[in-house]
Design a protein around this ligand. Structure first.
Ligand code: PA5
Length: 443
């Protein structure tokens, strides 16, 4: 079974020679290293560059954390959070919390917000548990994770003493720069490096994603192997007809130019909900600039058919939809026959839920196409580490190609600085005196 399939026939896009060449040229530009943002292209050959020694080091660190703690708190935001959260949720049983026999430590997240209630309730919840933390920040200076780390570090040191705390704190950061690097060196924490040339939202296959995933029991070798397969399948020189990332990018580009400004990513498997969130950051931060870019939105189905379904079917016709379809579930559940048949569902008796879910998927696809919402279909054989690894790299490669086709630098995010300047000015951060006066006058 192929690791990932793409079907764009229901998007209404015809691949003209010009469109194909433009996608392939964008792919070549990525590989040439001559395009905009070319100091952040380390993700392109990242899967094939990961060797056994790197995976062993990550797995060894994960084993130490797993042995010490039944709750591991991952601290990070944006690209230093979303990949691990997405893959972990995809690969986990959502009801694991109710199981008395736990195979893996619980991985919780912090530093992705500044909510006082979130932090208070997290610290309260871990009171009766042994804890460890992985603090992740490429810049080492991001406010949200830095605040969370202060609080969690203090709790770990208070509980276990400064010496033992060192073996319960792992830092993932830049090799030389930033406050987190300085702190990690001073304190002697185990440290993993985020390569200079890999931006946050492309970092899920570095220790940023791999360590939390290994702690959570995900087979990171299989994840990387899946990504390697997709790296080869989308490499420079692969014909357009075989290069799924180029086809997806070309389809999106054509739809955008025809007035479809919003892409909705959805799936009929709720476990993939946070893949949507990871994808939204990847595409939103990469494409949304210079007054351009497809707005990435998401739905979880069939739940959102009962909320967003109305808009998708009949609202503004600026949408297109991309569905991640899973061919084979891991379990089997059937609808039983019922003598009274009061709900009238005996016509479904003997059918698997998967079959019903698939018919919902097909029915919705056709309804949305009839409603003027073009559809792109991505199929994976099952939710397993290999397929998810392939999916992650597929989206990354298509994102790089899309950004270049659109004519933007897909690897910067100048827009995220604006809120930080205002927040620091409002909080009277030293060095922001002028901004402080100016912003307070506007309140
Ligand atoms: O994609 C990005 O670069 C951002 O979303 C960052 O990942 C995010 O801002 C977190 O940055 P850092 O890892 O430096 O704390």
């Amino acid at each position: 079974m192929e690791i990932l399939k793409l079907n764009t026939t229901k998007s209404g896009v015809a691949f003209s020679e010009e469109l194909k060449q433009s996608a392939l040229a964008a792919n070549s530009l990525l590989h040439s290293g001559k395009g905009a943002g070319n100091d952040f292209l380390g993700w392109i050959n990242l899967p094939s560059s990961i060797d056994k020694a790197q995976l062993d080091a990550v797995n060894a660190c994960a084993a130490t954390l797993r042995a010490k703690a039944d709750v591991v708190i991952c601290i990070g935001i944006g690209g230093s959070y979303l990949g691990a959260k997405a893959v972990l949720d995809a690969m986990s049983n959502p009801f694991e919390l109710l199981h008395t026999e736990r195979k893996n430590p619980t991985v919780l997240f912090a530093g992705q917000n500044i909510s006082e209630d979130y932090m208070a309730e997290l610290m309260e919840a871990v009171k009766g548990h042994s804890i460890a933390t992985i603090v992740i920040s490429k810049s080492g200076t991001t406010t949200e994770p830095a605040i969370a780390f202060r609080i969690i570090k203090e709790e770990i040191e208070k509980r276990y003493g400064k010496e033992e705390a060192k073996s319960r704190i792992v830092a993932i950061t830049d090799k030389a720069r930033g406050a987190l690097k300085t702190l990690a060196t001073d304190e002697g924490y185990t440290t993993f490096v985020i390569p200079d040339d890999v931006g946050g939202r492309f970092s899920v296959l570095t220790p940023v994603g791999l360590l939390p995933l290994a702690v959570g029991g995900v087979d990171i070798e299989a994840l990387v192997a899946g990504a390697q397969t997709m790296e080869q399948a989308t490499a420079e020189g692969v014909a357009f007809e075989d290069n799924l990332a180029a086809q997806y990018a070309a389809t999106r580009y054509a739809l955008y130019n025809s007035g479809k400004k919003i892409e909705i990513l959805g799936s009929y498997e709720p476990k993939l909900q946070n893949i949507n969130e990871w994808w939204k950051q990847l595409y939103g931060e990469s494409e949304g600039k210079d007054g351009k870019g497809i707005f990435p939105a998401s739905v979880t189905l069939t739940a959102d058919l009962h909320s967003m379904g109305q808009y998708i079917q009949e609202g503004e016709r600026t949408l297109f939809e991309t569905i991640i379809s899973v061919e084979k579930p891991a379990h089997e559940v059937k609808v039983e026959s019922d003598d009274a048949n009061l709900d009238g569902l005996n016509f479904l008796a003997g059918k698997r839920l998967h079959e019903i879910n698939k018919m919902a998927e097909l029915g919705v696809q056709l309804a949305h196409i009839d409603g003027g919402v073009p559809n792109i279909l991505i199929q994976i054989p099952a939710i397993n580490a290999q397929a998810i690894g392939a999916l992650l790299y597929f989206f990354e490669k298509a994102c790089g190609i899309s950004g270049y086709m659109l004519g933007v630098n897909p690897f910067n995010q100048p827009g995220v600085e604006a809120y930080k300047r205002n927040m620091f000015a409002l909080l009277d951060k030293p060095g922001y005196e002028e901004e402080s006066k100016a912003i307070k006058a506007r309140l």
